[in-house]
Ligand binder design. Sequence first.
Ligand SMILES: Nc1nc2c(ncn2[C@@H]2O[C@H](COP(=O)(O)OP(=O)(O)O)[C@@H](OP(=O)(O)OP(=O)(O)O)[C@H]2O)c(=O)[nH]1
Ligand SMILES: [Mn+2]
Length: 180
Amino acid sequence: MSSSSTAVLLETINFAAEKHRNQRRKDPDATPYINHPIGVARILSHEGGITDIEVLQAALLHDTVEDTDTTIEELESSFGPTVARIVQEVTDDKSLPKEERKRLQVEHAPHRSHQAKLVKLADKLYNLRDLNRCTPTGWTAERVQEYFVWASQVVKGLRGTNAALEEKMQQLFLQRGLEL
Ligand SMILES: Nc1nc2c(ncn2[C@@H]2O[C@H](COP(=O)(O)OP(=O)(O)O)[C@@H](OP(=O)(O)OP(=O)(O)O)[C@H]2O)c(=O)[nH]1
Ligand SMILES: [Mn+2]
């Protein structure tokens, strides 16, 4: 890695950490939210073999627009049009009802760019592993299983994106009695 890409990644991690500063995960320990985007980028790099820095940056930033006051314009001026576009592609429209948002993820997944599909895949892999690690506060076993079922529908539309990540995802679905 060149020294400039190291600096770019640190700039990106710092931006995400500041934006998610006051957010926590839904697990009983209320883990800092930033653990999730860092883990998603790490899955892409360490397990998916991804070296495209803009994909790794988009992974670090992927929940900033959906879950904080960050705008796409802000991402574009700080990190450029490609990173901003990938984050836009993986951002749900929070003004829509939840059921509609979930349905649109399934419908749109096959039409996303390759870079956005990579981020989506790693996001789902992280969240499924997190559900196996511990149940979010207030979630029943049925809700956890429903998340797995829905995630398998989304991941179906992401097939052919990254063999290593899809193989690991497949194992998790099989453990739940689901086919991909
Ligand atoms: N498994 C797990 N998820 C947690 C936890 N804390 C926060 N989350 C977030 O919750 C979202 C999944 O919960 P849902 O109830 O289905 O979605 P919602 O937040 O939109 O209501 C994921 O958002 P997302 O990353 O935007 O992905 P997604 O909405 O595309 O699934 C995930 O990152 C946790 O402790 N465990
Ligand atoms: Mn996420």
